[in-house]
Write a protein that binds this ligand. Structure first.
Ligand code: CA
Length: 238
């Protein structure tokens, strides 16, 4: 069993990869670590598989036949049933800008080829911990926002909000510590986990997505940017 997941059934990972040798290697290593694995060789097949098999996590290659990984990711986020599905984008591109683009289309994380299996496992564990093994009691409120931990639901002014898994964890963390300013590093430790290396800039991407998800036109932006220091959940403008 993967570390930290011993009380759960074996998580199902959908490996979307058009290079058969790499897909086989990933399947071998992931199964050895206690995951169940299904494969899809192109983007369209990936979308079909997601509906049929309801995986716990998708490992999504960027460059794919029929539909690109970016387009598959967009469609995953667009559909209510898969909006919260954890997605790790696998990219052969090394430019940082592409990684940021992957996150902007809704991927929760990314990894660049070639990668070691340990680095991949660390990211997968962190994501699965966040999405599946949250303590589930009670409700948090801040200003006009309510976060229901049991139902995994967020609303503002009785309007249902749709957040990705990372944005949900970010908001939950902020709501547990309202008005406190956190640095990007503190947020990475608290939300992504200490055992995983993520660029601090990744935090900015998810903060932007969080703002977009919770602030409707004309509504108060409750996420405060504190220059050089970080971010806070706060109703008072700087
Ligand atoms: Ca490929």
């Amino acid at each position: 069993m993967p570390e930290g997941l011993s009380s759960l059934a074996k998580p199902l990972v959908l490996v979307v990869e058009d290079e058969p040798a790499l897909a086989t290697l990933l399947r071998y290593n992931l199964e050895k670590q206690g995951f169940r694995v299904e494969e899809a060789g192109d983007g369209q097949e990936a979308l079909n598989r997601i509906v049929e098999s309801q995986p716990d996590l998708v490992l999504l290659d960027w460059m794919l036949p029929t539909l690109s990984g970016i387009e598959v990711c967009r469609q995953i986020r667009r559909r209510p049933a898969t909006r919260d599905l954890p997605v790790i984008m696998v990219t052969a591109r090394v430019e940082d800008q592409d990684a940021v683009r992957a996150l902007n289309t809704g991927a929760d994380d990314y990894i660049t080829k070639p990668f070691g299996i340990e680095a991949l496992l660390a990211r997968m564990r962190a994501l699965l911990r966040r999405s599946a093994t949250m303590p589930v009691k009670g409700e948090l409120t801040f200003h006009d926002i309510t976060l229901d931990l049991a139902a995994h639901r967020v609303s503002r002014n009785d309007r249902r909000l749709h957040l990705g898994p990372t944005e949900f964890r970010l908001l939950e963390f902020f709501m547990q510590h309202p008005k406190r300013v956190f640095s990007r590093e503190e947020l990475l430790d608290a939300v992504w986990g200490k055992d995983i290396h993520v660029e601090p800039r990744t935090v900015d991407v998810h903060i932007r997505r969080l703002r977009k998800s919770i602030n409707a036109d004309g509504e108060l932006d409750v996420v405060r940017t504190v220059r050089t220091a970080g971010y806070a959940l706060d109703t008072e403008a700087l």
